[in-house]
Design a protein around this ligand. Structure first.
Ligand SMILES: Nc1nc2c(c(=O)[nH]1)N[C@H]1C(S)=C(S)[C@@H](COP(=O)(O)OP(=O)(O)OC[C@H]3O[C@@H](n4cnc5c(N)ncnc54)[C@H](O)[C@@H]3O)O[C@H]1N2
Ligand code: MOO
Length: 402
């Protein structure tokens, strides 16, 4: 089967995805969730003209003459407005957040007020009209569109939603991602290892990527390399109503690489197999009924890179969110050889310097090496057939947020 380009592969993975149904959640559970409907303000903020400072509500024209006595006729605090209105030559003691009394048009900060007697002050400096007053609706008005549908909720968005009167939010359901490691050699971390054992590590990073995007994880453990065991665990993924099944390993061409065949046997409609990328070539994508299937290669770095490129956007799209990879430009910190037909994702460390960003690739790029991957903070992307490049040449990098 021919290798398909990375962009085409991503398009196919995301093809025809409808966001999962909406559910209502309390604000405290909103972090990282994606809004299923536009959010409009239920109230106006501030709801009244409010003082931004501690001081005196005054008429600005009364402060032009610094010898003018102003009589303090009452007090306005946050939550307890001055009940009357204020006339010429009068002032009201006011505190930050309090409603500005009728008749006042400025706030004189207390540092600029001289106390003449118990209930009389003078303005040490004139204050201009409107000073230190937050106009009603300065932030938003009832009915304003505050957050778009598809917005991923973050601390700022959650605080805005609360401030505008929402106690509950409508968000898309989290995708359920079933993760299945495959391979006779695999044992769980902490288990006794035999001479030929390998610790099944990939599930942890893959689950972490999916969770970071908002998924719920169903850990299906480890399947041995036999068709019965694989098919019983695929059935379990369906029984648990997984939206996405991620398999790890067994994706290549060896005698023991049974995953693609077993998936087909279990009814998966293959979308593609093999992508023109390094690492990650034997990636499998398809559908088993409503369940999306991603078969990631077994090499740990291959599985992580594939999950960054395909699983992350898939989980985001299923929640109605767009996924914008953090791509930047940098200068190469070391030369690179000419590339072949596969798009390369080269593990590298990018540093900010006075001359700009410099991305230095690790010398060894084996797809089994987690030490380099865990140290890398970016992947240098090399187009297929890119010519040899020198130190200092421009390159594109995908940031890996650590
Ligand atoms: N003749 C060919 N051989 C290979 C090709 C090819 O085109 N022709 N492709 C190579 C490429 S590229 C990759 S990538 C690997 C991926 O193969 P599989 O997906 O079949 O992976 P496995 O053989 O099952 O495992 C590879 C490697 O990774 C270890 N592994 C597997 N699962 C896990 C896990 N959950 N946690 C940690 N480590 C895991 C496994 O023990 C192997 O060492 O195929 C090449 N071969
Ligand atoms: O594509 Mo494999 O992922 O080179 O190691």
């Amino acid at each position: 089967m021919a290798l398909i380009p990375v962009d085409a592969a991503l398009e196919r993975v995301l093809e025809g995805i409808n966001p999962l149904p909406a559910e209502e959640i309390p604000l405290h559970d909103g972090m990282g969730r994606v809004l299923a409907s536009p959010l409009h303000a239920l109230r106006t903020q501030p709801p009244f003209n409010a003082s931004a400072m501690d001081g005196y509500a005054v008429r600005a024209s009364d402060t032009l003459d610094e010898r003018r006595d102003l009589s303090v006729i009452g007090e306005a605090a946050a939550g307890a407005r001055f009940p009357g209105s204020m006339g010429q030559g009068q002032a009201v003691r006011i505190f930050t957040g309090a409603p500005v009394p009728d008749g006042a048009d400025a706030v004189l900060i207390q540092e600029n007020a001289e106390s003449v007697s118990d209930r009389t002050i003078r303005a040490a400096k004139p204050v201009e009209h409107g000073r230190h007053i937050r106009q009603a609706g300065m932030d938003f008005h009832a009915g304003d569109l505050l957050l778009e549908q598809g917005r991923r909720l973050d601390p700022g968005a959650l605080t805005l939603a609360a401030s505008s009167g929402h106690a509950r939010l409508l968000v898309h359901r989290r995708p359920r991602v079933a993760v299945l490691a495959t391979g006779n050699e695999l044992v769980n971390p902490g288990e006794t290892t035999g001479q030929d054992s390998i610790v099944a590590s990939n599930s942890y990073g893959i689950a972490a990527i999916a969770k970071e995007e908002g998924a719920e994880i169903i850990d299906l453990g480890i399947a041995s390399d036999n068709d019965q065991h694989l098919s019983s665990l695929f059935a379990k993924a369906r029984d648990t109503a997984a939206d996405i099944l991620v398999t790890l390993g067994g994706a290549s061409v060896g005698k023991h690489d049974l995953v693609r065949g077993a998936l087909a046997e279990a009814g998966m409609e293959l979308s593609f197999w093999k992508v023109a990328m390094r690492p990650g070539k034997p990636l499998i994508s398809g559908r088993m009924g409503a369940m999306h299937v991603l078969g990631l290669p077994g090499n740990p770095v291959s599985s992580l890179v594939c999950a960054e490129l395909f699983l992350r956007p898939l989980v985001a799209h299923m929640q109605g969110a767009r996924h914008e990879p953090d791509m930047r430009s940098a200068a190469l910190g070391a030369p690179l050889r000419a590339n072949d037909e596969r798009q390369d994702y080269i593990r590298a460390v990018v540093r900010h310097t006075a001359e700009g960003m410099i991305a230095t690739p690790f010398t060894r790029q084996d797809s089994s090496q987690l030490t380099a991957y865990a140290t890398a903070n970016c992947l240098i992307i090399r187009k297929p057939h890119a010519p040899a490049a020198n130190t200092g040449d421009d390159c594109r990098i995908l940031m890996l947020h650590r």
